[in-house]
Design a protein. Structure first.
Length: 73
C-alpha cells in the first residue's frame, strides 16, 4: 500500500517549497498591513495635536512634550 503524503507524493519537494514561500508572503503582507495602519494612526494623533496648537488650546512646550511621547510609543 502506498501513502502519497509520506516522502514524495504528487507534490514532492516543489510543492513543499511553494507552501513555505506562500506562508512567508502571507505573513509578510499581513505584517505590512498592520504596520501601515499603525503608522497612519500615529499621523492622525500628531495632526490633532497640530490642530490644537493652531487653535491655541496648547502651547509649544506641551506640543513638544506630547509629540515626543507619541513618537516613543
Amino acid at each position: 500500500m502506498m501513502y502519497p503524503y509520506y516522502g514524495g507524493g504528487p507534490m514532492g519537494w516543489g510543492g513543499f517549497l511553494v507552501m513555505i514561500l506562500s506562508m512567508i508572503v502571507f505573513w509578510g503582507g499581513l505584517l505590512t498591513i498592520v504596520v501601515v495602519l499603525l503608522r497612519r494612526h500615529d499621523g492622525t494623533a500628531v495632526r490633532i495635536l497640530e490642530e490644537r496648537l493652531a487653535k491655541g488650546e496648547i502651547d509649544t512646550d506641551e506640543f513638544d512634550r506630547v509629540r515626543k511621547t507619541l513618537r516613543s510609543r
